[in-house]
Design a protein around this ligand. Structure first.
Ligand SMILES: NC(=O)c1ccc[n+]([C@@H]2O[C@H](COP(=O)([O-])OP(=O)(O)OC[C@H]3O[C@@H](n4cnc5c(N)ncnc54)[C@H](O)[C@@H]3O)[C@@H](O)[C@H]2O)c1
Length: 363
């Protein structure tokens, strides 16, 4: 019996995952099956993977006999991640779930506990920009003492008109409805942001001291459907590791009247580093320090070693983990920790109360 990789949802993201299949080890090509209630979408998926077995529901698909190394990629909108992940785990298969993991904290906890109870792995697609060559180089520089004691991170990424469901992928209106997406741009890009910050700072605890969300208006805001998500959000956080504390100034915008900015910078007592944390091919890392009272800067280009891009990483890396190999992908409790950080930002913004995120203890 050959193992199968199952796709729940055959839309835009499923197509990108499918491009990763050619990067699996030669001689071990899995079979492919896909389920989507939308017939046209299924048809276009079979243009990309012609030999895929197609289903109009995941329920029927998961009745197929199970191979121990099967896994399911849940790449449907967030409001079905919880139910689809549970069904897949309970069918005896590992699950690679799209970001965000779920739309609420209880759902995310339930998913990780179900993975544990079924002795299966739950992987997060946040690895598109996790463990990137740039961030790994920065952690090495910090460990070598290049910036002294780190005390502050600026993590500010602002686009003026890049709102999912409006300017970006306008056909996918679920992005605009909180009950379907879980939230706006913080829920959409936060999974990558907080996975990268987790990689950079290895926290034991994350405190959210203050947070806010906003929805700046434009002349093309939809009025005939639910549009209740933020397009701009921010927070002040503290990452604690042992007795060390690093403050994080966080901001994310897909729609703002302010200027566009893209800054990832960590400051320490003897220097600072700015870097491109998203690129997996070639990332520029700039170390700034002091030379007899004068600021000096040194830039390095760090190259990746994998022959594929960010959208192919989740499938290839999860496949390696299923085989027992090492790969930079967050699974189970680690995936939950980054999701919980995002939830804590929303909770703090809604209540005005500071929040704390600690690792979830599983039974
Ligand atoms: N669009 C992007 O750039 C992008 C990038 C990375 C990750 N993602 C994530 O991927 C997921 C899917 O996003 P997308 O952009 O592919 O959306 P999409 O709207 O292009 O496709 C989603 C598909 O899921 C199908 N679907 C809905 N409910 C289903 C169910 N119960 N079972 C099976 N199929 C179902 C829909 O019919 C649709 O074809 C989201 O979690 C999103 O955050 C999107």
């Amino acid at each position: 019996m050959t193992r199968t990789i199952y796709f729940v949802g055959a839309g835009a993201t499923a197509h990108r995952h499918a491009e990763a299949l050619e990067h699996l080890p030669r001689g071990d090509r899995p079979e492919i099956a896909a389920a989507d209630p939308n017939g046209e979408t299924l048809e276009s998926f079979s243009d990309v993977v012609p030999d895929a077995r197609l289903y109009d529901s995941s329920e029927a698909m998961l009745e197929e006999p199970v191979h121990p190394d099967d896994f399911v990629i849940v790449c449907a909108p967030p409001f079905v991640h919880h139910s689809e992940t549970l069904a897949a785990l309970e069918s005896g298969r590992h699950v690679l779930c799209e970001k965000p993991l779920a739309v609420t904290q209880p759902e995310a906890v339930d998913m990780v506990e179900t993975a544990k109870a079924n002795d299966r792995l739950l992987g997060a697609c946040t690895c598109r920009h996790y463990g990137t060559p740039g961030t790994r180089h920065v952690t090495e520089l910090i460990a070598d003492g290049a910036i002294g004691d780190p005390y502050h991170v600026t993590w500010v990424h602002r686009s003026q008109r890049g709102r999912p469901g409006i300017e970006y992928q306008p056909a996918s209106k679920w992005f605009l409805d909180r009950s379907k997406s879980g939230g706006g741009i913080v829920m959409d890009w936060g999974p990558y942001d907080f996975a990268a910050l987790y990689d950079l700072l290895s926290p034991d605890v994350v405190a959210v001291r203050d947070a806010w969300t906003a929805q700046p208006e434009t002349g093309v805001d939809p009025t005939d459907l639910t549009f209740d998500v933020e397009t701009h959000g921010g927070a002040s956080l503290v990452y604690r590791t042992g007795t060390d504390e690093v403050n994080v100034t966080y901001e994310r915008a897909s729609g703002t009247h302010g200027e566009e900015r893209w800054v990832a910078e960590i400051e320490g007592t003897r220097g600072s580093i700015r870097w491109d944390w998203t690129d997996v091919d070639e990332a520029e890392v700039t170390l700034s320090s002091d030379d007899d009272g004068t600021v000096t800067e040194e830039s390095t280009t760090v190259s990746g070693t994998e022959p594929f891009g960010p959208h192919q990483r989740p499938l290839v890396f999860f496949d390696r983990r299923i085989r027992g190999e090492d790969a930079p992908i967050l699974t189970n409790e680690d995936a939950l920790f980054t999701f919980s950080t995002i939830q804590a930002i929303y909770d703090c913004a809604a209540s005005g109360e500071p929040q704390e995120v600690r690792p979830h203890a599983l039974e």
